[in-house]
Design a protein around this ligand. Sequence first.
Ligand SMILES: [Zn+2]
Length: 110
Amino acid sequence: MGRKDREQASWVEDTRTEPLDVCVLCGREGEMTDHHLVPKSQGRRQGVKLGEIPTVKMCAACQGFLSKTFSNSQLANELNTVEAIREREEVQKFVKWVQKQPLSRGVRVH
Ligand SMILES: [Zn+2]
């Protein structure tokens, strides 16, 4: 009986550990949000439905950096793939810096 109890306990524990998402740019793990590779307003202008815009998992810091550094039309036309974003020198500098920063845990847990 004692052994059965232990088995069940470890099983319950396993289900509580959910896999963490990884940011496509800085590679930090945590709660990520969906980043639309084409800004939603630009997609609408080009007649692309919201559901058809590819998304990637990205942390809030990287998302904020992109929207602050590049215009929506730059993002839509030149930086609409992860590879293109990674090639930018500004991004590489930012990623190097942000990788040393702790990922904010202040986000709401659902
Ligand atoms: Zn990131």
